[in-house]
Write a protein that binds this ligand. Structure first.
Ligand code: SAM
Length: 218
């Protein structure tokens, strides 16, 4: 995602009714934000938000939280959001590594990681959203039946994830290296990056994984 500082972005986000300010204070009480106890699903690194807003429109019985760390990117999502009638989606302008301070254990049902930055250099591996450090954050907040869903066009990041996820004790339940030609495409919702890369003929990889068995710990 090309980043350009947009003057006024921080101020627009700080005053937006769609962005939860000081989200740490909502830990364990996200039901109150939505006014119901529907499952909560998160997209980490939602970019301009096409994917998560489309999900929110088609699943009114699920609550969605879009996470994006850059205000200039989130601003674009807010502009789109303001044109939609939705009561089941909010946004957070945070770094996803802080999610365990914001969500209580078991408070999240599903986490989507779509076209995450690949961070190809070894010394940046910890920044990859499927690195052991991030997996341990997801594990802390996911419900016992919770899952992550990860899509990317980047073969190296996908190969890395096919190793890092089981190495952290997670189970990869399903995966494909060509989503649009696989049965996993049923119900697929395209992201901005997915539309761009698949139009260029790039195959899209997808996996679904669940955290280590926590029987006896809940
Ligand atoms: N998910 C969108 C899509 O598929 O079209 C956007 C993909 S874009 C390549 C990745 C986005 O993730 C960027 O907007 C980036 O700022 C955000 N991001 C990356 N790491 C993040 C983190 N640790 N916390 C929050 N957002 C992050």
């Amino acid at each position: 995602m090309r980043l350009r500082h947009i003057p006024g972005a921080e101020e627009a986000i700080a005053s937006s009714p769609y962005v939860i300010q000081e989200p740490e204070s909502q830990k364990g009480c996200w039901d109150q934000i939505f006014g119901n106890s529907h499952p909560v699903e998160i997209e980490v690194g939602m970019g301009k938000g096409r994917f998560i807003m489309e999900l929110a429109l088609s699943h009114p019985d699920i609550n969605y939280i879009g996470i994006e760390r850059y205000s200039s990117v989130l601003l674009k999502a807010l502009q789109k959001r303001s044109r939609l009638e939705l009561s089941n989606i909010v946004f957070l302008c945070i770094d996803a590594r802080d999610m365990a301070d914001i969500f209580a254990p078991g408070e999240v049902s599903r986490i989507y990681l779509n076209f995450s930055d690949p961070w190809p250099k070894d010394r940046h591996a910890k920044r990859r959203l499927t690195s052991p450090a991030f997996l341990s954050v997801y594990e802390k907040i996911l419900a016992s039946e919770g899952q992550i869903e990860f899509k990317t066009d980047n073969q190296d990041l996908f190969d890395y994830s096919l190793e890092s996820i089981p190495a952290s004790g997670w189970e990869i339940q399903e995966y494909t290296r060509d989503l649009h030609k696989s049965l996993m495409v049923l119900g697929n919702v395209m992201t901005e990056y997915e539309a761009k890369f698949s139009a260029l003929g790039k195959p899209i990889c997808k996996l679904i994984a669940c955290p280590p068995n926590r029987a006896g710990q809940d």
